[in-house]
Design a protein around this ligand. Structure first.
Ligand code: FES
Length: 158
C-alpha cells in the first residue's frame, strides 16, 4: 500500500493549513501526490481520498479534469513541450522531431529504460521565450533542436 513519506506528509499538512476547508486543497494535494508517486492511479486516488475524506471517484473526477495531473505512468523525465501559437511559430515541431529521433518513442510512450517520455501541452506561460518545455519543476526556453538534444543528453547521464 502506498503512502506519503515523512517529508511528503509534512508538505501535505502544510497545504491543508493554507485553506479554510479541505476541498480547495485537493488540487495541490494531487500535485504533491503526483510528485511522490509519478501519476494519479486508482491506488493514488484511493490513498488521497482516504487522507482527505473523499471517495476515490471524487478524487479521480478532479484529476481527470486537469491535464497537468497525469492519468498514465510517465518516464523519470517527462518532457512537456508547448504547442500553442508562440511556441508553434518559433519551432516546437522541429524540436519534437529531434525528441522523437533521439528517444525513439511517440507522445505518451516511455523509453525502454524508463527514463523519458514526452507530450505536447498547452501554453506554459513562457510565450516570450518560445519554444518552451517543462521537465518536472524546471523550464527550458528558447529551444532549438540542438538545445533539446543537449538537454536529453544531460538528463540521460543524470
Ligand atoms: S505559447 Fe508556448 S509558452 Fe505560451
Amino acid at each position: 500500500m502506498i503512502q506519503f513519506n515523512e517529508e511528503a506528509m509534512r508538505q501535505y499538512q502544510a497545504i491543508l493549513k493554507r485553506y479554510p476547508e479541505k476541498r480547495p486543497a485537493l488540487i495541490p494535494v494531487l500535485i504533491l501526490a503526483q510528485k511522490e508517486f509519478g501519476w494519479i492511479s486508482q491506488e493514488v486516488a484511493e490513498y488521497v481520498g482516504s487522507l482527505m475524506g473523499y471517495p476515490a471517484s471524487d478524487v479521480l473526477s478532479v484529476a481527470t479534469f486537469y491535464t497537468m495531473l497525469r492519468k498514465k505512468p510517465v518516464g523519470k523525465y517527462h518532457m512537456e513541450i508547448c504547442r500553442n501559437v508562440s511556441c508553434w511559430l518559433m519551432g516546437t515541431y522541429p524540436c519534437v522531431d529531434e525528441i522523437k529521433r533521439r528517444l525513439g518513442v511517440e507522445a505518451e510512450e516511455i523509453t525502454e529504460d524508463g527514463k523519458f517520455s514526452w507530450n505536447l501541452t498547452e501554453c506554459l506561460g513562457s510565450c516570450g521565450t518560445a519554444p518552451a518545455m517543462q521537465v518536472g519543476d524546471r523550464y527550458y526556453e528558447n529551444l532549438t533542436p540542438e538545445s533539446v538534444g543537449e538537454i536529453i543528453e544531460k538528463l540521460a547521464n543524470d
